[in-house]
Design a protein around this ligand. Structure first.
Ligand code: TRP
Length: 372
């Protein structure tokens, strides 16, 4: 059995998704559910088709309610510890698609206190604010609907959030979070409290409108633990427990499970220059044979080739084209050099476009940000 360690603040080793299901009760998104999403959305996002979003809690219920004419709202978030990477975009891309297809509202939480509390090397909470606003531009550049998207920093929206967080916190003991997160007695008390802040947007809409509204939370699977702790409490407070959608991590360029933002060569940042992208992609693990001759003879394994995987996760939404790329890898008709060159070009084109949109959204921030 693969060894891995996963808390929201640390992910190490190779993640075994079947353990997640057995130990944590995360259900797999099965064919029936995919069919139901497809009926409602009129298509299936490639992240669903490819099992990149693989797990859920109570997605059936969200769809039941939606079919009855009781729409849900979406909630997700990002706690900045640095510039955003390609991997960070995955949950936001799916969330944006869900917003478009289901025509629903989104709350995006930017907990500017979280990484200040969890990371030794982040010492200045004021600097977090700048970083947050830059990350917000990256998120909004993906094209969320300004009429249906609210985004907030915890410290700027605290007078609304804090009161509700206290209501949650009263029902969570230290021993519960200690177990759930592997905390120690030395863990700072800010971090012990933090889960209650992350819980609030999952019922905030219900408070605002004065009746219960279903909430769906797309997230990267390491975030599930906050809601394992908070869902029952939210239920106890009289609100609907939120439903969850679980996504996998974009693998690192070296083939590790997660594109880690703390290892800069392993991750592509949205701020990387063309040269940096080319350099990093050139170093990516391809799983190809030692020489061009051997590769042509035996082919490679697309599952082990990070170039193929980056197409799968982000850069080739068309299944037929993806299969052609995988097939070229398997049969050795594409060699590593060409493969890498193509991907680096695609990434650079994406980043150019992204940075253009990021600039354009700058003046429109006030359409999205809420403060108290
Ligand atoms: N804790 C998340 C992070 O480290 C940020 C976050 C806040 C979040 N609320 C969320 C993520 C809800 C997913 C869903 O980035």
């Amino acid at each position: 059995m693969a060894e891995f360690k996963m808390t929201p603040w640390e992910v190490n080793g190779k993640i075994d998704y079947t353990i997640l299901e057995r130990q944590f009760g995360i259900k797999q998104i099965n064919e029936d559910l995919l069919e139901r999403i497809k009926i409602q959305a009129h298509e299936l996002h490639y992240m669903f088709r490819r099992n990149i979003f693989f797990g859920h809690r109570e997605l059936n219920w969200i769809l039941d309610e939606y079919e009855k004419g009781n729409p849900f709202y979406l909630y997700t978030g990002r706690a900045p510890s640095g510039n955003m990477t390609l991997g960070h975009l995955i949950p936001f891309l799916l969330t944006k698609w869900l917003q478009e297809k289901f025509d629903v509202e989104i709350y995006i939480q930017i907990p500017d206190e979280e990484k200040f509390l969890s990371k030794e090397n982040i010492r200045d909470i004021n600097k977090q604010r700048e970083l947050c606003y830059d990350n917000i531009l990256d998120i909004l550049a993906l094209g969320f609907n300004p009429k249906k998207t609210k985004i907030f920093l915890d410290t700027e929206y605290a007078s609304v959030l804090y009161k509700q967080a206290c209501r949650v916190a009263k029902h969570i003991t230290f021993s519960t979070v200690k177990d759930a997160f592997g905390m120690k007695n030395e863990t700072n008390i800010g971090l012990i409290f933090y889960t209650s802040m992350q819980a609030v947007p999952a019922f905030l809409k219900s408070i605002e409108v004065g009746h219960n509204v279903p909430c769906l939370i797309p997230l990267a699977v390491d975030q599930d633990v906050h809601f394992r702790v908070a869902r029952d409490v939210i239920g106890k407070l009289g609100y609907y427990k939120p439903a969850i959608l679980h996504g996998k991590f974009l693998p690192g360029l070296d083939g590790s499970t997660k594109m880690s933002s703390s290892n800069p060569n392993n991750a592509i940042y949205l701020t990387d220059t063309h040269e940096e992208v080319i350099k990093k992609v050139n170093k990516a693990v391809t799983g190809q044979q030692a020489t061009a001759e051997l590769q042509k003879k035996y082919g490679g394994d697309p599952e082990k080739c990070m170039i193929c995987q980056y197409y799968k996760y982000l850069f080739e939404p068309d299944d037929k084209k993806l299969e052609a790329i995988f097939e070229a890898e398997r049969t050795g008709t594409i060699l590593a050099g060409e493969h890498k060159k193509d991907l680096a070009e695609k990434i650079n084109r994406f980043l150019d476009e992204h940075n253009k949109k990021k600039k354009e959204i700058k003046d429109k921030l006030d359409d999205y940000i809420i403060r108290a």
